[in-house]
Design a protein around this ligand. Structure first.
Ligand code: UDP
Ligand code: MG
Length: 318
């Protein structure tokens, strides 16, 4: 296959409901784009007929590469698998398969790329989701902003156009728990945000459970922030300080008035409070230790079951 200029990377997990609209819109973009393009579809272990649809598409159209992961690994890993597959010369465009990120924005993003930006990321103006989810996102991104040791832009997801060298940089980052928008920020280069209005899903239901969202948020916090650990240290100092103050007032009281404090309740309260704080502290440290544990195992991030490119199944998959 001739080398293309730009690659779309699209993770799909049980997306048969949106599939035909997705392909239609991608084809339209590829037909009218001023550059040559390919699409890398990643099946993240779908249990509906997404994989069959992807097989058809890739066998009929050599602009499509279909990757099939050995099981469901999750959105971030599916994207990472897709990024590893990018052979395009200039850049890769990351989008969600449900068309919440309008792929047509490529044209606008591409203008920025031409101006010399390496990362063009989309910034959500307005979310068309329920109030609870919107609020959770709002709070998370702002907490993250204050905690992270790198500057992660507010309200931006994975939706972005990234240059070849940023793709290479991200592919070289071996971390096991992946938070791509953080990694994309971390690599540096010239970055710019472009505002857009996030759409509702074209069809089907969200494939992200609340649990997965929380895990993603955790990865964002513990992979990019030393703040929790620093917070523990500060709490430690503070509690020592408070104890010293308390202790000296008791001593002073004893020498002046000669009364011994009776406060059992306050004692109990202090014990419970500080055991609680210690448990929280251990938990926070545990989060980092857990990440070290998973990383040192050094497992491959994913396994690919099948791959179709150039309209045929690949014989060897690495
Ligand atoms: N996705 C995936 N693996 C998963 C969950 C989701 O590849 O385990 C894909 C999904 O098909 C979609 C994208 O990731 O293309 C974003 O997922 P979704 O739209 O369900 O998330 P939301 O927009 O609700 O946060
Ligand atoms: Mg979605």
């Amino acid at each position: 296959m001739e080398q293309k200029d730009i690659a779309f990377v699209v993770p799909l997990y049980n997306e048969s409901a949106v599939y035909s609209i997705l392909i239609e819109r991608l084809n339209k973009i590829m037909d009218s784009a001023p550059v040559s393009m390919q699409v890398i579809l990643v099946d993240d272990g779908s249990t509906d007929n997404t994989a069959e649809l992807m097989t058809q598409t890739a066998l009929n159209d050599d602009r499509y590469v279909s990757l099939f992961l050995s099981r469901n690994y999750g959105h971030q890993i599916a994207l990472s698998a897709g990024l590893k597959e990018v052979k395009a010369r200039h850049a890769a465009m990351i989008i969600d398969g449900d068309l919440q990120d309008p792929p047509e924005l490529f044209f606008e993003f591409y203008e920025c790329l031409k101006k010399g930006y390496d990362v063009v990321y989309a910034v959500r103006k307005k979310r068309k989701e329920n109030v609870f989810k919107r609020m959770a996102y709002f709070i998370f991104y702002r907490v993250m902003k204050n905690m992270a040791s790198i500057d992660i832009p507010l309200d931006s997801g994975d939706f972005s156009l990234i240059s070849r060298r940023v793709v290479d940089a991200m592919n070289r980052m071996p971390e096991e728990s992946r938070y791509l928008r953080g990694m994309r920020s971390w690599v540096g280069f010239k970055q710019i945000g472009v505002e857009y209005e996030r759409q509702e899903r074209a069809a089907g239901d969200s494939k992200y459970s609340i649990r997965m969202l929380v895990r993603l948020a955790y990865n964002g916090i513990f992979n990019f922030s030393e703040y929790p650990i620093k917070f523990i240290k500060r709490m430690g100092y503070l509690s020592v300080l408070l104890t010293l103050i308390y202790f000296s007032t008791v001593v002073v009281k004893k020498f002046i008035w000669g009364t011994v404090p009776v406060g059992f309740t306050s004692l109990l309260f202090m014990i419970i409070l500080f055991s609680g704080l210690q448990l929280i502290a251990l938990g926070l440290i545990g989060e980092y230790v857990l990440r070290i544990f998973f990383q040192v195992k050094n497992r491959p991030l994913f396994f690919i079951k099948d791959k179709i490119s150039d309209r045929k199944f690949s014989e060897r998959i690495d």
